[in-house]
Design a protein around this ligand. Structure first.
Ligand SMILES: NC(=O)c1ccc[n+]([C@@H]2O[C@H](COP(=O)([O-])OP(=O)(O)OC[C@H]3O[C@@H](n4cnc5c(N)ncnc54)[C@H](OP(=O)(O)O)[C@@H]3O)[C@@H](O)[C@H]2O)c1
Length: 375
């Protein structure tokens, strides 16, 4: 057996061993009452030249399913994923990076037994996982047993996608994002442009080819800053950008004015990540994955809290609806580490936020004058 084939076989069979009792449990559990159907959540309509997922609400698999802030049991992870499905969520985003394979393996618990056309899935490329017994990383709790290396070449892109399919137990990915090729990524920040040049010649044309071959429906960057998103639109042919931390109630001016217009010209859309700035707008103390919160952001949240109180609005709900408003946004990915987060965030999509709240937020300069607000 070739090493490559062997590695794939080991990965899939060991994942299968660990998951079998839980999968059996999932199949025998009485289905909880259907809380919401996919059609009740916001959907995309209209014709676009480029691919957009039909579901405007998605679940992100980084913080919770990647064990970023605490270790979750497999039972809890399964419960979280099933809650999302029962709440009507049909778009799931993950990455090899999230828990160094853990999040993708957990998605197999939900997705491997579903018909692929019943849901939309995205994952990422750019980091190849390499088995290394005992390996752990500060970003993720527990021991991962997989280290990673960056590779934005064409062949690594294809290999990374194949590895993701095997970990996730799915036959296809709808979207693939080139992950963290961005100046804020401390591993590569000094020479991110060199990595970017490799991707322009490697990962990007390969993803275009995979789209033409019908293996994926769309691709783009998965980043937390604007320059790589702009660079990909200008130098290649992406369909959809996963932009995180750059469009939220707390910060949106740059993306709104300096990226959205360019994307609109090319019919490129956005999946927005971190609509709650990694939980800060839901009331926790992490702002964009760090407890170092800039003073002006603390003050801004206080202003929003006061305003929300005056209009009897739930701030987290307003934050999610704000991200869903721009026409150039195809989907909003919230994160969750508990089933109740999923339930609450789904309920937020149909909650009423009065127009007076949005008007007052604009009058107070919290929201840009030209930012779309929910009607
Ligand atoms: N570069 C990239 O490609 C990139 C970067 C960032 C994000 N993303 C994608 O975007 C997804 C979402 O990002 P994110 O997880 O930062 O999103 P987020 O929705 O801004 O934050 C999620 C966190 O907010 C808290 N939360 C969510 N709902 C809550 C509720 N109802 N009540 C109380 N707290 C609540 C939870 O924090 P606790 O768990 O602490 O309770 C949860 O883990 C990621 O999973 C990933 O798929 C991609």
């Amino acid at each position: 057996m070739q090493r490559r084939t062997f590695l794939s076989t080991v990965a899939i069979s060991s994942a299968g061993l660990a998951l079998t009792p839980l999968l059996a449990q999932a199949q025998t559990q009485a289905a909880p009452a259907q809380a919401s159907s996919p059609g009740e959540l916001p959907m995309n309509s209209g014709d676009h030249k480029r691919y957009r997922p039909s579901h405007r609400v998605g679940l992100g698999g980084a913080i919770g399913l990647g064990d970023s802030r605490r270790e979750m049991s497999e039972r809890e992870a399964l419960g979280l994923l099933h809650e999302a499905w029962d709440q009507g969520i049909r778009y799931y985003d993950t990455s090899p990076w999230y828990g160094l394979g853990l999040s993708e393996r957990r998605h197999a618990m939900l997705l491997s037994s579903r018909e692929h056309d019943a849901y939309v899935a995205s994952s990422k490329t750019g980091r190849l996982l390499k088995p290394e017994p005992g390996y752990s990383h500060d970003n993720w709790k527990g021991v991962n047993h997989f280290a990673y290396e960056y590779d934005y070449s064409a062949s690594a892109t294809r290999r990374s996608i194949e590895d993701s399919l095997q970990r996730m137990g799915v036959p296809n990915l709808d979207m693939v994002f080139i992950h963290d090729l961005s100046p804020d990524n401390e591993d590569i920040s000094d020479n991110w442009k060199e990595y970017f040049d490799v991707a322009v010649k490697g990962a990007m044309p390969e993803l275009v080819k995979m789209r033409e071959e019908g293996l994926i429906k769309g691709w783009g960057m998965g980043v937390n800053t604007l320059p790589p998103a702009r660079g990909a639109i200008e130098q290649s042919d992406p369909d959809i950008i996963l932009l995180a931390t750059q469009y939220s109630l707390l910060k949106h001016d740059d993306a709104l004015n300096n990226l959205f217009p360019l994307a609109e010209q090319r019919d490129v859309s956005f999946v927005l990540g971190a609509p709650l700035n990694s939980g800060y707008l839901a009331g926790n103390e992490y702002y964009n994955y760090s407890k170092d919160v800039p003073d002006e952001i603390r003050q801004k949240r206080e202003q929003y809290r006061k305003l929300a109180g005056e209009h009897n609005v739930d701030l987290r709900t307003a934050a999610l609806q704000f991200c869903n408003a721009p026409a150039v946004v195809a989907s909003v990915l919230h994160g969750a580490s508990r089933p109740e987060h999923v339930r609450e965030n789904v309920a937020s999509m149909s909650a009423r936020v009065p127009g007076e709240f949005w008007n007052a937020a604009k009058q107070q300069g919290l929201i840009e004058q030209n930012a779309p607000t929910p009607s």
